[in-house]
Design a protein around this ligand. Structure first.
Ligand code: CTP
Length: 417
């Protein structure tokens, strides 16, 4: 566990600092926040206070109600000068997002607000994650300031290329992903024990492809994003994670073991092998229910055919088969794509039929959620009730699903480790 002091400066990316805190907290870290005045125009201090469970400081002139203590610490007897005590208690000071203006102040040693004063007073490692318009980022002044910070052993988490806040603008300047910033923090500050240390998690992700002939297949639209987000969230919590990836073309995480498969049969074989070793199965892959009865050896030719019929035969329901093999201490979470008013009722039937601890229902009737999207909106059904998770980034949804697994655990269900 690390004590992370997070400085939030002004910019539209300030809201992404909330994701960073959530991710860091899920890994067991303790976070306090200080904000610049401008950042409060984007995200209010109340949001950061709620998510960290600690007061947020915004000015050198206010006393810290927590007297410089992090959420995991006892309040000290004395009432210290706030910013010095807070930064003295921190294992690292992370500024994310860091605006061009804040970077310029850091480079020239200005201390005109609480964030920059704390940076000057910091003897712990300083990590800066810039976010700004691409022209501001590419400006020679910003580049020279960043270079100066690097020379002073400040860790810079480079911004990413992508669409920017202003309409139709694209370029280098987006705040790095929360997981990238956390990885940079954990490279510098030892992570220590984590909530899911020793737990073995198996995730299936992506969509299977059932061959029709040597070059064609029947597939589905699953991108694997939800499964990869689950795997990443579990790895952040300290679990030992294996992903069975069915045709997923997404960046990989070096902490995670990947087994690539194509068809439902290959996925079934890998899952049966891996399942016995895991405490928790997160079955997010879209597995084909039917496969070609007789895939052609070569390539089917169109010449001489007025039509083409395919005969399909059912595949194994892998999740149901694994559920029958389960032993004490294993928890099984299934996923189902449903739509309409009866989605939760249908989910409850599937939960029982497949012998699961939880079923995550993906309502595929909405636009902009689910398949191929970076966001999702789900309902988590367990024997104890339903939890609706409103539309959010898939990593955020993944963390809510893992929180639900923790709830099952504390309610005495079968997760161990
Ligand atoms: N699943 C599986 N093996 C299959 C099909 C599905 O393991 N051959 C798993 C999926 O990974 C997912 C869950 O079962 O976790 C989905 O269950 P279900 O909704 O029954 O699958 P669908 O085929 O989507 O069901 P339906 O026919 O109702 O659409």
């Amino acid at each position: 566990m690390a004590r992370i002091l997070l400085g939030v400066s002004g910019g539209i990316a300030a809201y992404k600092a909330l994701d960073l805190i959530r991710l860091a907290a899920s890994a067991g870290h303790s976070v306090r926040v200080i904000q610049t005045d401008n950042s409060q125009r984007f995200v209010g201090a109340a949001s950061f206070a709620a998510i960290t469970g600690a007061p947020v400081l915004t000015s050198e002139w206010e006393r810290d109600p927590a007297r410089g203590a992090f959420p995991d610490q006892q309040l000290p007897e004395h009432d210290p000068i706030s910013h010095l005590e807070l930064v003295r208690n921190a294992d690292c000071f992370v500024i994310a997002p860091a605006s061009a203006n804040t970077i310029a102040k850091l480079a020239s040693g200005l201390a005109d607000n609480l964030l920059t004063s704390a940076a000057l007073a910091a003897s712990c490692p300083l990590i800066v994650a810039p976010a700004m318009n691409h022209q501001m980022w590419e400006n020679a002044a910003t580049q020279e300031n960043v270079e100066l910070l690097r020379q002073r052993a400040v860790t810079i988490v480079d911004p990413e290329v992508g669409s920017l806040a202003s309409r139709n603008e694209w370029g280098n300047g987006r705040l790095a992903q929360a997981s990238t910033i956390l990885a940079a923090i954990e490279q510098i500050v030892p992570a220590g024990p984590r909530p899911w240390d020793g737990r073995k998690v198996l995730v299936t992700a992506g969509g299977t492809r059932e061959p029709i002939d040597a070059v064609r297949f029947v597939g589905n639209r699953s991108s694997g994003r939800m499964g990869f987000a689950l795997a990443q969230a579990a790895a952040v919590r300290g679990a030992d994670v294996t992903v069975i990836a069915a045709n997923v073309d997404l960046p990989r995480d070096e902490r995670i073991t990947y087994i690539d498969v194509e068809s439902a049969a290959e996925l079934e074989k890998a899952a049966r092998e891996q399942f016995t070793k895991c405490n928790l199965l997160l079955m997010a892959a879209a597995v084909a229910d039917f496969t070609s009865a007789e895939p052609a050896e070569g390539k089917l030719k169109k010449a001489g055919r007025a039509e083409l019929s395919l005969t399909l035969k059912p595949t194994t329901d892998v999740l149901a088969a694994l559920s029958e093999m389960r032993t004490d201490g294993q928890t099984l979470v299934g996923f189902a794509a449903e739509h309409g008013a009866e989605a939760v009722e249908l989910g409850r039937v599937k939960l029982a039929a497949k012998g699961l601890d939880a079923l995550v229902i993906n309502d595929v009737s909405g636009v902009d959620i689910g398949f191929e999207s970076t966001t999702n909106e789900v309902t988590i059904v367990t024997a104890g009730g339903d939890v609706h998770v409103p539309k959010a980034d898939k990593l955020e949804i993944a963390n809510s699903i893992l929180d639900a697994v923790d709830e099952l655990h504390s309610a005495g269900a079968s997760v161990s480790g």
